[in-house]
Design a protein around this ligand. Structure first.
Ligand SMILES: Cc1ncc(COP(=O)(O)O)c(C=O)c1O
Length: 366
């Protein structure tokens, strides 16, 4: 079976270094808010190209903390609308709604699968105060047109960079392009920990300070709380692991791009579309999505022939039971993507034989 993602194999590449780091941390007896976290934040901010990085417990928290901090700073208020691509993972939307802000769904472009300026304009109202762009699947969603529009309309631009560590727009990295960005280090991500982890990157010192406090029970000074915060921490062992894996991130991305190029060059089945394959936008291939009108049959066929795949995502946020208030909205592009998307095996450790098998199986689907 070609695994969708072989985390055992990926982790084994670093096992000596990771074991040494765990031993060092364990022997040091200091497990939270220590030197590994400080160093990771410094190194990750440097990698992304921002002044600040504040680590936290996961990617949802990172986004939640950004929106909550904007509310605490008076730059957003409950009831404000935040435009979000309709085809994102639920966490992007939860971070908005769970702060009393109103998510407003914009249809993605059916080829790039990213939010477009025209879609943003079509859902814009006087209550719109921010846009959350999502670098979904690893493809850069930033455009200078969107940035100009945000600037001239006085909108904040938040980036959901959970899936696109290392992705670039020109010489800049995603995570440094908007006003603030949320990152996830969930194990399956391009930069993944051995458990949960997350971070916010920003050049806004005031925002970073509030986020730091919010992630620490709302407290800047121990036992004195200026905000009603939460406990959201990256621990020392995860920070140490991320520091190790950060050093290989560029190589990992290059390997992912090689896999993607192989798929692009060799998948020829007319029943299977490779969305945006001709686009020049940088793509770091957290995932390799294909579209197929008979997606479920294709998935079954691949599985029966030894290729594991995953659907990202079968139910879009506006059709989830938890968002009944949006269930009646019709978003045909998003709903078509949810019905047709299938993610092929993608990772830096796929072998040539595995890639060949994936291509052969996709091409032999009738
Ligand atoms: C686009 C997107 N946003 C946010 C998140 C949330 O990250 P986490 O799982 O670390 O909470 C994820 C991760 O699954 C994601 O894919």
């Amino acid at each position: 079976m070609v695994k969708f993602l072989d985390l055992q194999k990926i982790t084994a590449l670093y096992s000596d270094e990771i074991n040494r780091a765990i031993e060092r941390t364990t022997n040091g007896g200091w497990f939270l808010n220590g030197v590994e976290v400080q160093l990771f934040e410094k190194e990750y901010a440097h990698y992304i190209g921002t002044n600040r990085c504040v680590s936290c417990a996961n990617g949802l928290d990172a986004l939640w903390l950004i929106f909550r901090a904007y509310i605490e700073l008076g730059r957003l208020k409950p009831g404000d609308e935040v435009i979000v691509p309709a085809n994102t993972f639920i966490a992007t939307v939860l971070a908005i709604s769970e702060n009393g802000l109103i998510p407003v769904f914009a249809e993605p472009d059916g080829n790039s699968l990213q939010i477009s300026l025209s879609a943003v304009k079509s859902v814009m109202t006087p209550k719109t105060k921010a846009i959350c762009i999502v670098h979904l699947y690893g493809r850069c969603a930033f455009t200078p047109e969107l940035a100009d529009f945000c600037k001239t309309s006085g909108l904040l631009m938040v980036e959901d960079n959970a899936q696109a560590h290392g992705c670039r727009y020109g010489n800049s990295k995603t995570g440094s392009l908007g006003d603030a960005a949320g990152h996830s280090f969930y194990p399956g991500k391009i930069l993944g920990a051995l458990g949960d982890g997350g971070a916010v990157t920003t050049n806004d010192n005031e925002l970073a300070d509030v986020i730091r406090a919010l992630a620490n029970y709302g407290s800047e000074k121990k036992y004195y709380c200026g905000f009603k915060g939460k406990n959201s921490r990256l621990d020392e062992i995860q920070a140490a692991v991320l520091r190790i894996k950060l050093k290989s991130l560029e190589n990992d991305i290059a390997a992912r791009k090689r896999v993607a190029q192989f798929y692009v060059d060799n998948i020829t089945n007319p029943k299977v579309t490779l969305p945006g394959k001709e686009l020049l936008t940088d793509h770091v291939y957290h995932l390799f999505p294909v579209l197929c009108a008979e997606r479920d049959r294709l998935q079954k066929y691949l599985f029966e022939n030894g290729v594991e795949t995953v659907i990202h995502y079968p139910v879009p946020p506006h059709k989830q039971i938890c968002y009944q208030e949006y269930n009646s909205i019709s978003l045909p592009v998003t709903e078509r993507l949810a019905a047709q998307e299938l993610s092929l095996p993608m990772s830096p450790v796929l072998t040539e034989a595995e890639m060949n098998k994936v291509v052969e199986c996709v091409n032999s689907f009738e």
